[in-house]
Design a protein around this ligand. Structure first.
Ligand code: PLP
Length: 386
């Protein structure tokens, strides 16, 4: 599928670490180069025509993100990434939560959610309730003030019961914070229909640039900025300052202009192929890999169910995940080994680390076959270890 669009694929590596960061298409890269070569000025500042045209491009991406999620432009703030977005959302939670309130998370979250909520709870003396991912919905009750979870989890690729949680908000009146870092790669949620208070994602996992992310919310008008400086202000007086309306009051100082513009290119690229086509390709490859990997002796897959995911997480009996990853690397195959920023899940699996294969839209059956063949080569691992 469109491999010539991705310059990194010309290298000798087979890349199965797309959940960490995906390769960038030529269009995304060209867009950044084009910015520096042809209209390298700041947004919002100048009264010049070049400045206006850059601002227009920057705001054009905001419109594309808003369209993608079916929300208003004013409900989209650009950040550095998912982590940054979750921290901005947390500033609002911090301002309204009171001692004794409960924040509910699952034990399969990325640290971006887990640690941020944990630290919020410590600071505010709030109850931090960690439950099994499968039990999240059953644990929502009158005491729950925040449910913070992943659209799709980053190790086992499980989709949260988003629709159910959204429907429960009316009855239980909690805030719903959803981490879309892995989910946005598979689907664009309709945030006008769903009741989600905060939705965060990063550009770089969506085949877009590093250093840019998105936070969606309908609460921005009630929220105070947490970063102060240029461009986010309205009137500055000696002892008082008023701020611009959202989203601008949250975008202080010089923003990552070329990256925001290139994020727009990445969204265009995904939509030009279509989520359905990308998903069916990836799910087919995953199915093949699961079937073949199941046959390999000593290989234990933690998510072998036929879920709609690009992730396969596994270990080899008696071998450390880092040794397997090193061996794969010697064969020019890149995977991820470690705790995947999901230490609570590792505790649940009773493993210090795992190996994760994450498929991207450009991976091929041929690459998957090569991976299977290398994994079958038991003697090879021993060469690496000893
Ligand atoms: N949440 C999930 C589910 C992730 O997979 C990741 C990245 O791996 C993050 C959050 C953090 O994203 P970023 O490092 O782009 O802020």
């Amino acid at each position: 599928m469109n491999r010539e669009d991705f310059p990194m694929l010309e290298k000798e590596y087979i890349y199965f670490n797309n959940a960490s960061t995906a390769y960038k298409s030529k269009k995304v890269i060209d867009s950044i180069v084009d910015y520096y070569n042809n209209y390298s000025v700041n947004i919002n500042r100048g009264i010049d025509s070049l400045g206006y045209s850059v601002t227009e491009k920057y705001e054009g991406t905001r419109k594309k993100v808003a369209n993608l999620l079916n929300v208003k432009k004013s409900e989209i703030v650009f950040t550095r990434g998912t982590t940054d977005s979750i921290n901005l959302a947390t500033s609002y939670l911090e301002s309204i939560l009171e001692e004794g309130d409960e924040v509910l998370v699952s034990n399969e979250e990325h640290h971006a959610i887990f640690v941020t909520m944990q630290q919020l709870c410590i600071r505010k003396k709030i109850i931090f309730r960690v439950v099994d991912f499968e039990d999240l919905v059953n644990n929502i009750n009158e005491k729950t003030k925040v449910v913070a979870t992943s659209h799709i989890t980053n190790v086992l690729g499980k989709r949260s019961e988003i629709e159910k949680i959204s429907n429960m908000k009316e009855k239980f009146n909690f805030l719903f914070l959803l981490d879309g870092a892995q989910g946005i790669v598979h689907e664009n949620l309709d945030l006008e229909k769903l009741s989600i208070d905060f939705y965060a994602f990063s550009g770089h996992k969506l085949y877009g640039p590093m250093g840019v992310g998105v936070l969606y919310s309908k609460h921005f008008d009630k929220m105070s900025p947490i970063t102060f400086g240029g461009e986010m202000v309205d009137i500055v007086d000696t002892y008082e300052t008023t701020f611009k309306k959202a989203p601008y009051k949250f975008e202080a100082g010089t923003m990552m202009v070329p990256e925001v513009i290139a994020l727009g290119e990445a969204i265009d690229y995904i939509l030009s192929i279509g989520y359905e086509k990308i998903n069916s390709h990836i799910f087919e490859l995953r199915k093949y890999l699961i079937e073949e990997m199941k046959k390999i002796e000593g290989l234990n897959i933690y998510n072998e169910e036929q879920i709609k995911s690009n992730l396969i997480t596994f270990n080899f009996k008696g071998l450390h995940s880092h040794d397997i990853a090193t061996f794969l690397d010697k064969n020019k195959i890149i995977v991820r080994a470690g705790h995947h920023c999901a230490a609570p899940l590792m505790k649940k699996l009773n493993e210090p680390s795992t190996i994760r294969i994450s498929l991207g839209l450009y991976n091929t059956l041929d690459e998957c076959q090569k991976l299977v063949n290398v994994l079958k080569n038991k003697e090879g691992y021993l060469d690496v270890i000893f």
